[in-house]
Design a protein around this ligand. Structure first.
Ligand SMILES: Nc1ncnc2c1ncn2[C@@H]1O[C@H](COP(=O)(O)OP(=O)(O)OP(=O)(O)O)[C@@H](O)[C@H]1O
Length: 527
């Protein structure tokens, strides 16, 4: 949910009704985050509520087949005599852009009506014929046809010696940024280099520009806009983008040549001020075919080339059609029979333990990963804060840790990230605000402290390690009751082979008293 205060206001009002026993608020992952019931009742009601919420969304979808009402849904209220359920999945508040752009608890994957899932699901014809990318098909920089000497030098300066397979394929398909014949739809695992795959042709195409104008727009779900004034390439979140289009002089879409929608499946669910129809409409508007000094395009003059990318690209025709792609080419580095692929260099493990033992198990695991930089994912802001405090309450026993969640402001989030990047914190405890796209070098392992609910979440969390061909490990802590669901989730993921990980029992026994004492000191403060 974008703004909890709206839900809380409504709850207050509902609570004053006669016969109301209590209330529970769950986040998008079905995790209770506020409750007036005891623990057992909370679990029971949370399960009911998430089940009903899924049914309501599915019902809205089936009533509005092909439309986007379920995604645009702001608030749905369902009443019976004793219960009232309020679903506010994407509540937005215009002024609160940072909060909107970094959300926790937004489900990665909405439950789909049964008819849509599985093999019989409709797929756009061009998605059935992908340009398959071979995993080993990188290209030495010296053999990249048409690569400008300045770009070659810049890539060398970054330490790059070759284009990764997805980058070589995108370069070929766009003729190094010179062809506007096709739009591109890129689906490749996390860390495979999708950013440079779209950035290189764009930069190559714009390299000869004479006048600075906004020529390329990259829309991302969660990164803050880092440009001011007149720019050639704008990288923006939907909230910031709309604010700049309305208020910043010199930022308009009339000279646009490239539109990139990164993390496309995630962005299609962000409806901030109808950003997508607004931008798509601007890109299809006839453009002045004036002699534009930057365009070295040999064909398709004036057409905005669109590139969409994700490791978990949606195949839902209704969603993809909203992008109005032109003769799209589907570049796929994924297995045909599974929806999502993991990096080949990723090794997966699970640790089954009682829920109450998770803090102890996490600590022993962190000790076992002594030299590694580790990201620990939890299911909620509260859980992130609690675990962060617990680790900080065990100096010398737990590695130095920082916490990252959207409860913190942008400055605190940046400080946590920079402590992790610099090595001052070896562990970053994070909520799902960090799941997508974040590229931190040298992360050796990811721990799912709370098991992910959706396959997409698993793929993006795990993808913070094993990037750019490096090896990495993902560990998932599972309560016995989570195991079945987790196995089901893995069926949607290619090459997922999860081994059991055995922790040293001596360490578990010896650390238990310290962890119990730290928990006792931290939890009351956290609550
Ligand atoms: N040609 C290359 N040679 C060496 N390193 C590269 C190359 N291209 C990209 N990288 C590095 O690989 C890492 C992953 O790239 P990138 O962030 O683009 O992945 P991605 O596919 O967008 O992942 P995600 O889906 O998680 O966002 C980055 O650290 C980047 O600097």
């Amino acid at each position: 949910m974008g703004d909890l205060s709206v839900v809380e206001d409504t709850l207050k009002r509902i609570s004053s009704h006669k016969g109301i026993l209590g209330s529970v608020i769950i986040n998008g992952d079905g995790i209770p985050i506020r409750s007036t019931f005891n623990a057992a009742e909370t679990q029971q009601y949370a399960a009911h509520v998430s089940c009903l919420a899924a049914k309501i969304r599915a019902a809205v979808r089936s009533l509005d087949r092909g439309g986007d009402a379920a995604d645009e849904l702001h608030v749905v209220r369902v009443r019976s005599r004793r219960h009232e359920i309020l679903i506010a999945p994407n509540y937005e508040r215009g002024q609160d852009l940072d909060k909107y752009d970094v959300e926790d608890g937004v489900p990665e994957e909405e439950p789909q009506p049964k008819a849509k899932a599985g093999k019989g699901a409709p797929v756009l014809p061009w998605m059935r014929l992908p340009v398959n990318i071979e995993p080993g098909a990188g290209m030495p920089l010296e053999s990249v046809k048409g690569l400008d000497a300045r770009l070659l030098a810049s890539l060398h300066a970054c330490g790059y010696t070759e284009l990764f397979p997805v980058q070589a394929a995108a370069w070929r398909e766009t003729a190094g940024g010179r062809s506007a014949a096709h739009d591109l739809c890129i689906c490749a695992p996390t860390g495979s280099g999708k950013t440079l795959a779209y950035a290189l042709p764009i930069v190559a195409a714009l390299a000869g520009r004479l006048v600075p104008r906004l020529r390329a727009l990259v829309v991302l779900p969660t990164r803050d806009l880092a440009a001011q004034g007149t720019v050639d390439i704008l990288v923006a979140t939907p909230g910031r983008l709309m604010a700049h289009l309305r208020g910043t002089p010199g930022i308009g879409l009339e000279h646009l040549r490239f539109l990139v929608v990164d993390e496309m499946d995630r962005l299609l669910r962000q409806s901030y001020q109808n950003w997508l129809p607004h931008v798509v409409e601007a890109t299809t508007r006839p453009q002045a075919a004036s002699a534009d000094p930057i365009t070295a395009c040999s064909s398709g003059r004036g057409r905005v080339v669109k590139v969409v990318a994700s490791a978990t690209l949606t195949r839902d025709p209704a969603k993809i059609e909203r992008l109005a792609l032109h003769c799209p080419r589907y570049l796929a580095l994924t297995a045909a029979d599974h929806r999502y692929a993991l990096p080949r260099e990723l090794h997966e493990y699970k640790v089954v333990c009682a829920g109450a033992d998770k803090p102890l198990v996490a600590l022993v695991l962190l000790q076992a990963l002594a030299a590694e930089r580790v990201i620990v994912f939890t299911a909620s802001i509260e859980s992130t804060q609690r675990l962060g405090r617990l680790l900080q309450a065990l100096p010398g026993v737990a590695p130095p840790a920082a916490a990252f969640s959207s409860a913190e402001g942008p400055a605190a989030r940046a400080a946590a990230l920079s402590a992790f990047q610099s090595g001052a914190a070896r562990v970053l405890v994070a909520s799902d605000a960090l799941t997508r796209g974040m590229d931190v070098a040298g992360v050796g392992a990811v721990i799912n402290y709370d098991a992910p609910t959706f396959a997409k979440t698993y793929v993006h969390r795990a993808g913070r390690t094993a990037r750019a061909g490096q090896h990495g490990r993902v560990f998932t802590l599972l309560r016995p009751e989570d195991v079945r669901h987790f196995k089901g989730l893995l069926r949607k993921v290619d090459n997922a082979y999860v081994k059991d990980y055995k922790l040293p029992s001596a360490a578990l026994t010896s650390l238990r008293p310290q962890v119990d004492a730290a928990l006792a000191s931290v939890l009351p403060a956290a609550q």
